[in-house]
Design a protein around this ligand. Structure first.
Ligand code: UD1
Ligand code: CA
Length: 466
């Protein structure tokens, strides 16, 4: 794809989304639609500096969202898709005699195979323009692919201009095209200057008119028919957005199932397209795996798990867990009802049980934190046992301090470890202790008031109740 470039149209408002943000930032599987489109062209081998996005409505949101290295041009007034591409004239002419891919920023299901195969066909057929088309069940709203009596592609007619006969055509324009750069520049000039095209029924500059223009000067226009009709799908409102999400969700789940992941009941299972999962892992209902997450082989994940940027080793059991930016070693069990906050690294064969929260801490191999504890800003060694109801007291209200617990230590139930504090290897803390000083290895630390028994105290007290 070297030398080629792409122009992505993203200036539209998307009125029916009823959003302050540009439509292309609406999300499919937690990723803005424009990111899907950019991923697609990058998979085809295009670099950021060969990608030009036409922004307009809500441009400040896109300026913030898109990397600086992507070229941006602004369409001040929304005068149609042809006008949008005109804003990128300089960018297109800088690409000499290469080819330019024009894409709609709101069609996230366009895929890199279709785009690459369309380019091969475009070159092989020596076309000035190749329109990616698809056959759809319901063509309403799309531009129709019009052919002459010999079946030769003659142009695209928009819904509003189509005759009843043309409206029945179910081959539609996806809004994605490969143009020879020079041919497109010629067509754009003609589109801007020829009254026939300027003053159409919509008072817009239609990019689709480029087909007729190029054909009229003896250039070749062809269509590349996509195998999947999903490539044309865009979202004009949030109902259509939900439909796109469902298609994308099912595609991702199918990909994993074919790769050996069990998803026996897919209710509420939502997996970001960048997530990887090892074979023989089973994913149960209500599991949401967000970007940056990697799951090993032979795990049981779910029900009710939400992970973002988490790396889970092989053979783990993760049930009812909310995790962010955390790493879990092989054969470890987390949950039910546990929270792993950013900076958590848990070793192998460990256990983080119910109602346990771990934050910015390392927890060694074989360590067990089975119930109702908080471990924050701590370095916990291997084979440590942390009893029920323990807390690292890491925050003074101003500053945070770390707690260190050596290998094989035993932290009794309801111990408060007031940081900064170190508990040595194999040391014990007595249940209910407040540990404010370092505990040497192999020692027992007791940090609690001695128990006092007041004999017959109840009898001497005025009865509370008769
Ligand atoms: C367009 C095509 C239609 C095709 C359909 C596929 C034209 C005239 N029609 O129609 O044949 O079937 O896409 O989805 O091209 N945009 C701008 N500036 C503008 C207008 C639009 O940047 O002034 C952007 C939008 O943000 C959007 C894309 O261009 O990403 C397509 O615009 P839209 O108005 O949705 O085009 P359609 O009418 O759907
Ligand atoms: Ca559209």
């Amino acid at each position: 794809m070297k030398g080629n470039c792409t122009v992505i149209l993203a200036a539209g408002e998307g009125t029916r989304m009823k959003s302050q943000k540009p439509k292309v930032l609406a999300e499919v599987l937690f990723r803005p639609m424009i990111d899907w489109v950019i991923d697609c062209v990058k998979t085809c081998g295009l670099q950021d500096n060969n990608i030009c996005v036409v922004t307009g409505f809500g441009k400040e949101y896109l300026d913030e969202h898109l990397p600086q290295s992507i070229v941006k041009v602004v369409q001040e007034e929304r005068l149609g898709t042809g006008h949008a591409v005109m804003q990128a004239k300089e960018f297109i002419s800088a690409h000499g005699n290469a080819n330019v891919l024009v894409l709609n920023g709101d069609a996230p299901l366009m895929d890199s195979d279709t785009v690459s195969h369309a380019l091969e066909y475009h070159k092989r057929s020596d076309s000035a323009v190749t329109v990616i088309s698809a056959h759809v069940d319901n063509p309403t709203g799309y531009g129709r692919i019009v052919r002459d009596a010999h079946g030769t592609f003659s142009g695209i007619v928009e819904e509003r201009d189509a005759t009843d006969e043309q409206k029945a055509i179910n081959e539609v324009n996806s809004g994605a095209y490969w143009f020879n750069c020079q041919a497109l520049l010629i067509a754009l000039d003609k589109l801007a200057t020829d009254a026939k095209y300027r003053l159409n029924s919509a008072k817009e500059y239609y990019l689709t008119d480029a087909i007729e223009i190029l054909r009229s000067i003896g250039q070749r226009a062809t269509t590349f028919n996509s195998k999947s009709s999903d490539v044309v799908l865009g979202a004009n409102d949030r109902v259509q957005l939900a439909a796109l999400n469902e298609i994308a969700r099912k595609r991702v789940l199918e990909k994993h199932m074919r790769a050996g992941v069990s998803i026996p009941f897919s209710d509420g299972v939502i997996i970001d397209p960048t997530v990887t999962i090892g074979a023989d892992t089973e994913i149960l209902c209500g599991t949401v795996l967000r970007s940056g997450t990697v799951i090993g082989k032979g795990c049981n994940i779910g029900p009710d798990v939400n992970l973002s940027s988490c790396v889970i080793g092989d053979g783990c059991h993760i049930v009812s867990v909310y995790g962010e930016d955390a790493k879990v070693g092989a054969d470890t069990s987390v949950g039910p009802f546990a929270r792993l906050r950013p900076g958590t690294v848990i070793g192998k064969d460990a256990r983080v049980g119910n109602f346990v929260e771990v934050k910015n801490s390392s927890v060694g191999d074989g360590t067990k934190i089975s119930h109702l504890s908080y471990v924050g800003d701590a370095d916990v060694g291997n084979n440590v046992n942390i009893g029920s109801g323990c807390a690292t007291v890491n925050y003074t209200g101003k500053e945070k301090f770390r707690t260190t617990i050596g290998d094989g230590a035993f932290i009794g139930c309801d111990t408060s470890l007031v940081a900064p504090v170190n508990v040595g290897e194999r040391a014990y803390t007595a249940a209910g202790s407040t540990i404010t000083e370092d505990v040497p290895s192999d020692a027992l630390a007791l940090g609690r008031a001695r128990q006092v028994i007041k004999k017959d105290w109840v009898k001497s007290k005025k009865p509370y109740k008769k």
